[in-house]
Design a protein around this ligand. Sequence first.
Ligand code: ATP
Ligand code: MG
Length: 631
Amino acid sequence: MHFADFHRRSIAEPESFWAEQARLIDWHKPFEKVCDYSRPPFVHWFVGGQTNLCHNAVDRHLKTQPDANALIWVSTEVDKEIVYSFRDLHAEVQRMAAILLELGVGQGDRVLIYMPMIAEACFAMLACARIGAIHSVVFGGFASHSLASRIDNARPKVIVSADAGSRGGKSVPYKGLLDEAIQLAQHKPAKVLMVDRGLAAFTPVAGRDEAYAALRAKHMDAQVPCTWVDSTHPSYTLYTSGTTGVPKGVQRDTGGYAVALASSMKHVFLGNAGEAYFSTSDIGWVVGHSYIIYGPLIAGMATIMYEGLPIRPDAGIWWHLVEKYKVTSMFSAPTAVRVLKKQDPAFLKKHDLSSLRALFLAGEPLDEPTAQWIAEGLGRPIIDNYWQTETGWPILALCNGIESQPSKFGSPGKAVYGYDVRLVNENSGEEVTAPGEKGVVMVQGPLPPGCMQTVWGDDERFVKTYWTKAGDRWLYSTFDWGVRDADGYYFILGRTDDVINVAGHRLGTREIEESISSHPNIAEVAVVGVADQLKGQVAMAFAIPKDATGLDDPAARLKLEGDIMKVVDGQLGAVARPARVLFVTALPKTRSGKLLRRALQAVAEGRDPGDLTTIEDPSALQQVKDLVAAK
Ligand code: ATP
Ligand code: MG
């Protein structure tokens, strides 16, 4: 089948198209209406239908492949590896579900999950889905302040947590942060369920904290049937990364999400039941929800949940796992690949990767040098894809499961089926259609199954934040800039708030970054707009040199800075030339590898960077502070 026809039908005949995709999952009660878009921009998928995410991820595979691998938990932090078959997983999830029920959790109640990458986190997510509770996973890297604001927003009845995570062989205690967060929060959970890994000592709070091991022992033979819920029943909430602002609680449904995942596993991620999938993300992010836990399991695949660094015990650990478990599809992020890029490329060649169909990358722009390095090193296809916490599954990708299509460097591919993607001129609000013309990437409503239903508890914020009405059409904004070429491939140019305005010229920071990166001695660079009395804004670049030898000499720095400016002049024109290029050894990033542009810009302008709880390495921002102060 041609992808173009597949896509066309998804937009022109969404009812029959999605009814067909809906057959990929089990329904307890068939739906009466595929799509209810009577109250735009809100949409309800598979109205009247009843199903359950956990049933689709676990129970339904018991009939066909009970002994197949389901969850493969690998920790190079505590040197353990446990393989759970679907039968094992079914038993563990029922135990967890019985515990949650005992702790008073019912349908529609929220359960906040603040956990490291351990199997119990997976059990907890699936157990919530099983009993119709709404989980809200908060990334383990968040400290008490961020956690407290999420507790207040989600108002969980129970919090599931653990004594500690581990990073690089050192334990990272969670319990103290959690206690502090609960203290800070207005809302108090009734119970805290503690998984004790024996990594960090803690004192349970009497009457509130419960020990998972003890309760599990009590429920070894638990049989907890799936609660059938409406297709539109919220399955979970998840907060966006907060790269650009206050995180929003993205609310997802049940039926539409299950269908979108089942469909994308097949058409985008090339997965089949009985095979193995490995996503290197974290359950705290949307990739972890869709493509560590739910997607692969719904597809009947084994999923690898990995606790550890990509370079410990050595930089070959991922490829060792691919070989060992015959992984067919892998999912990671450019930032993680850049970590490997600093290691010996021989590690890419040490293992048999013949099972691997492709490595999928998403989360941030995939720059050409990184893409090329990993593609050549692995000798396997690298497939970029573009989406958001809000959408839950790719907006732009190559749906090679339908029709094999060539990749283009720098492009995450074409509009995925179900997404009616439009490029819109920000100023005029007019759609731009000519190849190569820039616009804001928007999706004409209704959003396809699997995307966010609303902002948790705040319908008004959902409409106001994301939607624009144009006549009788509603357009969802991704807040990213893009262009489309004549073949329908999109290129993401950056976030709409990454645009800087130099003397009336609007410039994408991404374009300037790409240009600077093409200098042979630049490993990575971030460009931000900084207020300037004369020009309104000027571009300021913070660059990591590949080879910093000799750069403690101010003259050498000035020379490199001048060379870089010449590169930008030549490629983009003098208007895009950064006012300064300052050299650093690290850039401020979130734990998920996204550049903290907001903080970088604030510091570059001498302002307070605000909430920094998601920052990976605070010293990176300190370097910038020092440089700006010395300027
Ligand atoms: P917040 O919305 O709170 O500021 P965030 O946008 O970083 O946080 P996510 O939903 O995790 O949170 O990230 C989605 C964004 O990541 C996209 O809107 C886009 O800017 C970027 N992105 C994701 N995948 C790609 C890709 N393949 N190429 C380019 N950019 C990407
Ligand atoms: Mg966003």
